[in-house]
Design a protein around this ligand. Structure first.
Ligand code: PLP
Length: 446
C-alpha cells in the first residue's frame, strides 16, 4: 500500500534536494512504471512526464532495445575497467560514435559515471593541460551564478547555486562566478541585445581582474537548464567566444542537459554556434537508462594530456553495460529521426503551443528552444515584477497544482520548466499544454 511505502521511505531514505520534513508530512509520490512519456504511480495515476525524469529520458520510457542491449552486454562482459591499458568494445565503439557526432575537432572521450564526475574530470583536466603546457598559474575557472554543474565538491563549486555553496564548504578555491544573462529578471531598461553584450563583458572584466595568465577556463551550459532555462540573448555567445579567443582561455560547454537532441541539434553548442574545447555529457547519452557521463575533448587537449599520464579515473569509466546502452540509445536517436523531429516537426509544434501560455494572466515570458522551455510567473507582465511572497512560493504552488493534475513540471524560483521526452507526440503536447493551463488557472485562483 502507498501509505506503507511512504512511511518506509520517510523513515529510511534520504532524498536529494528534498526537505525531510516535507516527506514526513506528505509522503513521496511513488512511481511504479513508465512507458513513452507516461509515468504510473502507486495509486494508478497516469502522469505526463513534462521533465523526462531529470531532463534525461530523451528516447522515452519502455524501450525494449535498450533492455536488450543491457542484457546482451551483461551476459557477455558485465564489467571490466579501462585502467592500465585495457579496453573493451562497448567503450571503444561509444567513443568512436561520440567523436563522429561531436562538432569541430572534439574527438576524444574520457568516460565518467555521471555529469558531476565528468565536470570534476574537466576541472582537473584543464588545470593539468596548462601545467603540462608550462603555464601552471592558469588555475582559475570562471563559471556563472545559478549554473548547475553537479553535486560533488568540485562540480558543486563550479556550479553557482548559492544554496549549495552555503552547505559543506563550497566553493573550493580558484573558482569564480559572474552573473547569468537572464534578461527577463535582470535586464531592466536594456534591450535583450544590449543586455546580452553587457553580461558577456562581465567575463572580460573578471578575466582582467584575475589576470588572463591565471585563468584556465570558462564553463557554461549553452542554455542554462536547472537555473531556470535561461536562453541567452543572441549577442551573448558571440561576444563570449570573442573574449575567450582574445585571452586564450578554454571553453567547457556543459551539455549534460543540452546534449543529445534537447535543443534540436545533437549538441546545444551547435544550436548556440559555439566551439568548445571540452563538452560535458551525461543524462541523454543513455536516456537515463543507466548512469554514464563523460568529457568529449579536443585533439589538442587529448594530445597534451595523453603525452603524460593523467592520474585520474573512475571504476566505472566506460562501464561496458552503460556504454552498450548509450550506443544503442544514440542509434535510436539517429535512426528514429528524434533529433530531426525536435528541430523540424514536434519541436516547433511544442514551441508554438508553449509560447501561447503568455496569454495566461500569470505568465510573463515563455521562452523555449528545441524541447526545453520555461515560463516566468509574474503579478505584472508589463513591469516584469516579482511576487511579494518569497521567491519560489508561487512556483511551488504551481508545481503542486501540476502534480495534482497529473503533469510533472519543475519550478525554479517562480519559473516553471518543461523538458519532456523528445518522442512526445502532438496529441501529448496538447495534453501537456492543457494541463499546464488548468494548473496555472488554479494557481492564479489560489
Ligand atoms: N551539468 C548539468 C548542466 C546538469 O544539469 C547536471 C544535472 O542536472 C549535472 C551537470 C550533473 O549531472 P549528474 O547529476 O549526472 O551528476
Amino acid at each position: 500500500p502507498t501509505a506503507e511505502m511512504q512511511a518506509l521511505d520517510a523513515a529510511h531514505h534520504m532524498h536529494p534536494f528534498t526537505h525531510g520534513a516535507d516527506l514526513g508530512k506528505k509522503g513521496a509520490r511513488i512511481i511504479t512504471r513508465a512507458d513513452g512519456v507516461w509515468l504510473t504511480d502507486s495509486e494508478g495515476h497516469r502522469i505526463l512526464d513534462g521533465m523526462a525524469g531529470l531532463w534525461c529520458v530523451n528516447v522515452g520510457y519502455g524501450r525494449q532495445e535498450l533492455v536488450d542491449a543491457a542484457t546482451r552486454q551483461m551476459s557477455e562482459l558485465p564489467f571490466y575497467n579501462t585502467f592500465f591499458q585495457t579496453s573493451h568494445l562497448p567503450a571503444i565503439k561509444l567513443a568512436e560514435r561520440l567523436a563522429q557526432l561531436a562538432p569541430g575537432d572534439l574527438n576524444h572521450v574520457f568516460f565518467a559515471g555521471s555529469g558531476s564526475e565528468a565536470n570534476d574530470t574537466n576541472l582537473r583536466m584543464v588545470r593539468t593541460y596548462w601545467e603540462l603546457k608550462g603555464q601552471p598559474s592558469k588555475k582559475a575557472v570562471i563559471s556563472r551564478w545559478n549554473a548547475y554543474h553537479g553535486s560533488s565538491v568540485g562540480s558543486g563549486s563550479l556550479g553557482g547555486m548559492k544554496g549549495m555553496h552555503a552547505q559543506g564548504g563550497m566553493p573550493i578555491p580558484d573558482i569564480h562566478h559572474i552573473d547569468q544573462p537572464n534578461w527577463w529578471a535582470e535586464g531592466g531598461d536594456m534591450s535583450p541585445e544590449e543586455f546580452g553584450l553587457a553580461r558577456a563583458r562581465l567575463l572580460e572584466e573578471k578575466i582582467l581582474e584575475l589576470g588572463p595568465e591565471n585563468v584556465a577556463a570558462f564553463i557554461a551550459e549553452p542554455v542554462q537548464g536547472a537555473g531556470g532555462v535561461i536562453i541567452p540573448p543572441e549577442t551573448y555567445w558571440p561576444e563570449i567566444s570573442r573574449i575567450l579567443k582574445e585571452y586564450g582561455i578554454l571553453l567547457i560547454a556543459d551539455e549534460v542537459i543540452c546534449g543529445f537532441g534537447r535543443t534540436g541539434n545533437w549538441f546545444g553548442s551547435q544550436t548556440m554556434g559555439i566551439e568548445p574545447d571540452i563538452m560535458t555529457i551525461a543524462k541523454g547519452l543513455s536516456s537515463g537508462y543507466l548512469p554514464i557521463g563523460g568529457s568529449i575533448v579536443s585533439s589538442e587537449i587529448a594530445q597534451v594530456i595523453g603525452d603524460a599520464e593523467f592520474n585520474h579515473g573512475y571504476t566505472y569509466s566506460g562501464h561496458p553495460v552503460a556504454a552498450a546502452v548509450a550506443l544503442e540509445n544514440l542509434r535510436i536517436l539517429d535512426e528514429d529521426g528524434i533529433v530531426d523531429a525536435v528541430r523540424d516537426r514536434t519541436g516547433p509544434y511544442l514551441q508554438k503551443k508553449f509560447k501561447g501560455l503568455t496569454e495566461h494572466p500569470l505568465v510573463g515570458e515563455a521562452t523555449i528552444v528545441g524541447m526545453m522551455g520555461s515560463i516566468a510567473l509574474t503579478p505584472d507582465k508589463d513591469s516584469r515584477a516579482a511576487f511579494e511572497a518569497e521567491s519560489g512560493t508561487v512556483g511551488y504552488i504551481c508545481r503542486e497544482r501540476c502534480f495534482a493534475n497529473d503533469l510533472v513540471m519543475r519550478h525554479v524560483g517562480d519559473r516553471m520548466i518543461i523538458s519532456p521526452p523528445l518522442v512526445i507526440s502532438e496529441a501529448e503536447i496538447d495534453t501537456l499544454i492543457e494541463r499546464a493551463w488548468t494548473s496555472l488557472d488554479e494557481c492564479h485562483a489560489e
